[in-house]
Design a protein around this ligand. Sequence first.
Ligand SMILES: [Zn+2]
Length: 411
Amino acid sequence: MQKCRLNGEAVYAFKVKDENEIVDVEYEKMLRRASEKGQLKCEDCEADIIFKFGNIKIPHFAHKNDLLGGGCSYSRESEEHIQGKKLLLNLILKAYPDVEAEMRYRFYNGKRADLYFKFNDGHQLVIEFQRELNSLSYWEDKREFYQSINVTDLWIASGKIDEFENILREYEFIFQHRLFLNDNNNMLFVLDVERKELIIASKMVVNDEETNEIIMDRIFYKIYDINDIRILPNGTIDCEFDKEFKHSKDTFVQAYLQEKRRIKEEQERLRKELEERNKKMIEEQKGRYKEEQERVKQLIENINHINNNFEKTEGFSEIKYRRKGYGQLNYKQGSKKGYNDYVRNDDYYKDKVNKAISGHRYGIENLVRILVNGGSTEYVTIKELFEIEISKGNEKAKKVFDEVMKLSGLD
Ligand SMILES: [Zn+2]
């Protein structure tokens, strides 16, 4: 035990020896005298308390009657719990030398706080240093009470840093840790008494604002030397945690957004590539289709050409046949019914002759038909027209004329 009552006032065994192992002889003398006179009383059971401080043992109190001590709740308080409270008490006393402070503070209704402080500015703060919190109603009941009397409460869990580092998944935490992470401004404080270090942990949850998807949900924590932090009268802990938390979160978000951008760009690139490839494929197909069309067109043309030649040959044999059948040209004159009904003039023959000379399709054939079916008028007219052209020095006219005459059998 570290605390008991002397004439109703709180006295502490640890005050005998400070951090540098320097003994406060006056304080020690006061406690020894009170102990011998039976003036030290247990806070919890009112039993007599004795002060113990030997060469090896650290200053402490104990129930005078061991049997009774075994039954008193206070004597069962662990060394770790005492040390933790001491650390926190000294931390605040160092920062606020004129603070009103008490360990195991007892409120008017019998409820106790592990540490109670009343600051100059009127702020009241209690610190609960808990080894384990298994009762939710205990915690809720206490918090409700502190709120009702306008006292700020700060809850610090007792724990080992090594153990904490091994479990960083929220669901693996003990109930108390989860409770504080979710309720106590999302912050969990764990004091490692042996290492004199405080862990501050908080949940870091990041949402993708576009998809509203949780992209990070983890425990962020930092370890601070107890001397590097400052507990403020309003119960907050002044240190670099907020800054480091924000920095870590920002760094993650930046990296995430960058990666997202990169993936998007990559997708866009792939999409374009695919589009390009499809376009090329369609072009190629179109090209092949056109070639095919061209080939079919050529085939049709070839077939037509063959048919034309065939027709021509047929036509020629017909001409020859007819000529043979009619015999003389003179005989045919007038016998071709309808032929002379046409109004023939020089222009009509001129056109036919010109077409034949210029190599017009069927030009020669038409002239041959006219000559074969016609009489001397046609022959004379056509011959004259050719002669005019030939006289002009038209070599082609001469050649065509000869061919026409030959085909008509008039040569
Ligand atoms: Zn007791």
